[in-house]
Ligand binder design. Structure first.
Ligand code: PRT
Ligand code: ZN
Length: 226
């Protein structure tokens, strides 16, 4: 054919807590991914698919803007970006194809260990540092609590000791990081796992056919892991 049909694009984290398992999932589905080079785009050798390897924070926007057809992303980042884009009047739509069996964590408010915590009202008037200002603001609003939200993109757990904040709102899995920083988990505000998302309005027949072929394999891999 004169015009080769476009390759399906899947966004996944290049390196970090989701990358190994995202890659393993796709490999288990039969994709032969050439990841030898540290390239942004990896070609799948045996299917018309390209893998875009990016920072996790970029994945929701790439799918919502239609640059990627599919993406593998933590619900925490997906929801945060989605809320921000709604505020900014940018497209924030996507479909969830599957909730995956990795990347599990919770977004929690934590306070200094010596502090007495008696529910969300204890946060009234406090300053809370977080990388997830939209999710935290939504929670505080729901609780009717007035607190100051300070955005930090890293080292959130040291903010109270450094005198930058009274409390934090950060991701937790074992709780070891909180403990090592003299903090205790006070409130879980969001529970997250990795999800496979698809861009809204995807209607290319070849792409849909390919996705319909991949989905049972993904379900099969997850059942085998149970
Ligand atoms: O570079 P890039 O932007 O792509 O990566 P990143 O550094 O922003 O993200 P990364 O790789 O750290 O995490 C990617 C995703 O993994 C998160 O958005 C979550 O969906 C998920 N995830 C699962 C976690 C954790 N578990 C987790 N434990 N993300 C972060 N953590 C942090 C936690 O905040 C703490 O600082 O890991 C530390 C250890 O946790 P504890 O509780 O076991 O001590
Ligand atoms: Zn990130």
């Amino acid at each position: 054919p004169a015009i080769e049909s476009k390759r399906l694009r899947i966004g996944m984290q290049k390196s970090g807590r989701l990358s190994t398992e995202s890659q393993a999932l796709l490999t288990s589905c039969g994709l032969k991914i050439n990841l030898r080079e540290q390239r942004l785009i990896a070609h799948v050798e045996n299917m018309p698919i390209d893998i875009l390897r990016v920072r996790d924070d970029d994945i929701p926007g790439l799918v919502m803007d239609g640059v990627c057809d599919l993406g593998i992303i933590g619900e925490n980042v997906l929801e945060e970006v989605s809320l921000q884009r709604q505020i900014d009047n940018e497209s924030a739509e996507y479909d969830v194809l599957a909730r995956l069996d990795f990347g599990g964590c919770r977004l929690s408010i934590a306070v200094p260990q010596e502090e007495e915590y008696q529910g969300a009202s204890s946060l009234e008037g406090k300053t809370i540092a977080t990388t997830y200002p939209r999710l935290l603001t939504r929670y505080l609003k729901q609780q009717g609590v007035n607190a100051r939200v300070v955005m930090l993109t890293g080292s959130v757990e040291v903010a109270p000791r450094a005198g930058l904040a009274d409390a934090i709102c950060d991701l937790v899995s074992t709780g070891a990081t909180l403990e090592a920083n003299g903090l205790k988990e006070a409130e879980v505000i969001y529970r997250s796992k990795a999800v496979l998302i698809q861009r809204k309005g995807l209607n290319d027949a070849q792409h849909l056919k390919l996705i319909n072929k991949l989905m049972p394999r993904i379900q099969g891999v997850m059942q085998a892991n149970e």
